[in-house]
Design a protein around this ligand. Structure first.
Ligand code: SF4
Length: 360
């Protein structure tokens, strides 16, 4: 899914605590993601520094170094932690290239629960190989009393990847429909909104336009390991400035930021990742509240679920006809294949796939 591991950063070049101090306060959500955040020696200090700057501070992790995460939670149990898991047992281990990864993640989650973590969960990137496990992973999360977040395969310069794709998109969409029905059947409000987020993932999987336009550079941004600030982690051309050298006000309100917002408004990538989906689903005036259309969908389909009726998916997404894909439907599973077929993009100093091959 991601070749960051093949292109590691040098710790001495990476964003420092001093750089992060330049971020203003008042964020709704900050996510420390990877690579792998627990590889940072100063993760605890980073959390102490960033926590006051956001209502929610999240760490997205492989969960293989629980001792570091436990130390973070002992200082502040409100830090949100999501452990990536891609399936049960050997399936997780094959997709992620981990040895005994599934068992270690389960053990890590138990340790984080014991440490008093208040917002814990698993996160799964669904793909052809693991869609059969989605509902069971959701059930496992509920049994453990933790959350279950999902994403779909995406390509992007940050991942050094442009060959991620699904090869039986209709089947994947049907399996995600099952997960949506299951989420709506619970009595946890968060799951109902996650059901909507997964509806957006069906649109992504089938190659259809987003349910709600993207608001990159307005409601979310991506800061890379060298302090470069991009509108998102997919398009390399949406560079807004550098945290070390560009004043924050200029990054977010300058001429370049305005031009980039116009690019975003016309973007046809149709990503639907957690940041780009959640921000789109929420009100501008109050990021804690859903947009009326999202709320309406949730209420209508929770009511249907209670009445024993299925979600009429075709009303929201054209489930009958995936958009044409020049290679997705011809692909076969790459599980166990070490090298996929990357389309050679122009390399930059830091990213191996840095040109516009991402619209897949
Ligand atoms: S839809 Fe476009 S602007 Fe939005 S996250 Fe994807 S590539 Fe970035």
């Amino acid at each position: 899914m991601c070749y960051i591991w093949k292109n590691p950063t040098h710790p001495e070049h990476e964003i420092s605590l001093r750089d992060l101090e330049r971020l203003p306060g008042g964020f709704d959500h900050l996510n420390i993601t990877g690579g792998e955040p627990t590889l940072r020696a100063d993760l605890e200090e980073m959390c102490l520094l960033l926590r006051p700057k956001a209502s929610v501070l999240e760490i997205s992790t492989n969960g293989l170094h629980p001792e570091k995460l436990v130390r973070v939670l002992r200082r502040d149990p409100t830090v949100k932690i999501r452990i990536s898991v891609e399936g049960f047992e050997s399936l997780n281990d094959s997709i992620r290239g981990e040895q005994g990864g599934f068992a270690r993640k389960l053990e890590s989650m138990r340790r984080l629960i014991e440490a008093g973590g208040q917002d814990l969960g698993f996160a799964t990137t669904f793909q052809d190989e693991n869609v059969e496990d989605l509902v069971r992973l959701f059930a496992l999360s509920r049994e453990m009393g933790v959350e279950f977040a999902t994403s779909a395969l995406h390509n992007g310069f940050q991942f050094h990847k442009n060959d991620n794709g699904l090869y039986d998109r209709r089947l994947v969409a049907r399996k995600v429909e099952e997960l949506i029905e299951r989420m709506l059947s619970t009595w946890e409000v968060k799951n109902w909104f996650r059901a909507y987020l997964n509806l957006g993932l069906i649109a992504k999987v089938l190659g259809h336009p987003r349910l709600i336009p993207c608001t990159a550079a307005t409601d979310f941004i991506f800061v890379d390991p060298w302090c470069d600030v991009y509108a998102c982690n997919v398009r390399n051309d949406l560079l807004m400035g550098n945290l070390r050298t560009t004043p924050w006000e200029e990054i977010v309100r300058g001429k370049r930021a305005r031009a980039i917002r116009s690019e975003v408004a016309a973007c046809v990538q149709n990503c639907w990742m957690v940041a780009s989906a959640k921000t789109a689903m929420r009100m501008k005036s109050n990021a804690r509240l859903p947009k009326p259309g999202v709320l309406g969908w949730v209420l209508a389909n929770k009511a249907r679920s209670m009445a024993g009726l299925r979600v009429p998916f075709h009303r929201y997404v054209n489930t009958a006809a995936p958009a044409p894909d020049d290679r997705g439907d011809r692909r076969r599973s790459y599980l166990g294949v070490r090298e996929k077929r990357l389309v050679q993009g122009a390399e930059s100093r830091r990213y191996t796939q840095f040109s516009g091959f991402f619209n897949r």
